[in-house]
Design a protein around this ligand. Structure first.
Ligand code: FMN
Length: 199
């Protein structure tokens, strides 16, 4: 009996030790399961020249690393290889006409996620139109949503209000924005934002 008691005590001590030794997994938090949905345009871009990895993708990668979020990248080949100026004209035309260019593949199943980060560059005062194509295909009812942008002066522009419009039943929080030309050197700003919201 005594032997059994001491085994139980030893096992309990081990279990308590395991949960109290401070070795929580790096991304443990109370925010539930999270995903970053983003669009980012590599290639010729404003201020940063011809880039292999888009500015917003760099921020999305920081979020995944820091918050343990999975990713869904909205991909279209419509703008591949375009120089910056013609791209701005095409994007303006799409925005004016409210065009919804198709994205590659199919919409993600978001049922398992509690928190959804939505990010993209500011194009003519809001997100690129292809993001709105995806917005029509996903349901964020009841989810916590953090919009973010990379930009060259417009900040969040109308992205947060446009996300609220697209997902009236989501809990859309304040957004985060960062200059595109800063993302490679200012990871600390992303860390600070995420820390501020509980990561
Ligand atoms: C078509 C187009 C339109 C843009 N419009 C704006 C704008 O209205 N406001 C702004 O601050 N930056 C604007 N930019 C700059 C981008 O928002 C910025 O470079 C961003 O970091 C690009 O992100 P990405 O590399 O992830 O695509 C525009 C860039 C492009 C290509």
């Amino acid at each position: 009996m005594n032997k059994l008691k001491s085994i139980i005590l030893a096992v309990s001590a081990l279990l308590v030790g395991a949960s109290c030794n401070g070795q929580t997994t790096k991304n443990q938090n109370n925010m539930g399961k999270s995903i970053v949905i983003f669009f980012s345009h590599a290639g010729d871009n404003y201020s940063v020249g011809n880039i292999e990895v888009g500015n917003t993708k760099i921020v999305a990668d920081y979020i995944s690393e820091i918050a343990g979020a999975e990713q869904f990248e909205i991909v279209t080949h419509k703008y591949d290889g375009m120089a910056y100026t013609p791209l701005t004209r095409l994007a303006q035309e799409e925005a004016n006409k409210g065009e919804l260019p198709p994205y590659e593949g199919s919409a993600p199943d978001l049922s398992q996620y509690d928190t959804v980060f939505i990010g993209g560059p500011v194009w003519w005062g809001t997100y690129p139109q292809v993001m709105f194509t995806l917005f029509k295909d996903i349901n964020l009812d009841g989810k916590t949503v953090y919009p973010f942008t990379t930009h060259e002066g417009s900040g969040l522009a109308s992205c947060v209000s446009d996300v609220k419009k697209a997902f009236p039943k989501a809990n859309v929080k304040n957004g985060f924005s960062i200059y595109g030309h800063e993302v490679r050197t200012e990871k600390a700003k992303v860390e600070k934002w995420l820390k501020g919201i509980g990561y």
